[in-house]
Design a protein around this ligand. Structure first.
Ligand code: SF4
Length: 227
């Protein structure tokens, strides 16, 4: 590493073609670990993309800032424009009312994806991005069909925006997501993001005799170094 070029995973990748053959994409990103592989895959295909970070679900603010700053740093490394959208957390809690006890992948998550994609699709429409995609679906903890439904629903009102429901997990994408996260020593979040997922994850940990989550302490690759 002496030419200041950011490190990328050294593999041959198939050329990706976004819908309509467009080369300009708005990438809704939830965090650096999930978007790392998506970013590299689009870079390898010469796709001109901008990151849109709108995740008012993430709680508490300390966790939000850590996830966002990690994503900003990785975007800077690759010279990718980064749109830092609102943290309108009050709006998120308002929309989650009545769904506080719902399980993950249920109604509350549909609302959460809808909310984030609605804002991203509006931004895409107002700023000339013909294609919207997201890093959310790369995580194996997520229901991809649920995410894709929300993405298509958000783009539907706009004739000039289409949601790209590419499966970023395939072709080794899931494994590279972990590989890149370790290489970059990304912060490793231990719950999905909202206050309710933090609560439920801690309940689960307690039932297994594990300590509650500590915000800001776990990083990819640390376990291997310490083992
Ligand atoms: S569990 Fe995750 S996707 Fe579901 S509402 Fe909470 S932050 Fe959103």
């Amino acid at each position: 590493m002496n030419d200041n070029k950011p490190e990328v995973t050294p593999i041959e990748r198939p050329v990706l073609t976004p819908p309509g053959g467009h080369k300009k994409v708005l990438l809704h990103s939830c965090c650096a670990p999930c978007s790392g592989e998506v970013m590299e895959a689009m870079l390898a295909s010469g796709i001109d993309y901008t990151i849109f970070f709108y995740n008012p679900n993430i709680h508490p603010k300390k966790e939000y800032e850590i996830r966002k700053n990690e994503n900003i740093a990785f975007a800077k490394k690759h010279n990718i424009p980064f749109i830092d959208a609102d943290y309108d957390v009050d709006n998120w809690f308002e929309r989650a009312k009545g769904m506080e006890m719902d399980p993950e992948r249920g109604r509350r998550c549909t609302m959460c994806f809808d909310m984030r994609f609605e804002r991203a699709a509006l931004y895409a429409h107002e700023h000339g991005f013909p294609v919207l995609t997201s890093s959310l679906g790369i995580s194996r903890w997520k229901n991809m069909n649920q995410i894709n439904d929300c993405g298509h629903r958000a783009a539907a009102p706009y004739d000039d925006v289409v949601y790209w429901d590419f499966n970023w997990r395939k072709g080794g994408g899931s494994a590279r997501m972990i590989e890149i996260s370790k290489r970059e020593h990304f912060y490793q979040q231990e719950y999905c993001g909202c206050a309710y997922s933090l609560r439920d994850t801690n309940h689960h940990r307690k039932s297994q005799g594990r300590a509650p989550i500590k915000i800001g302490v776990k990083y990819y690759g640390d376990e291997e170094e310490n083992s």
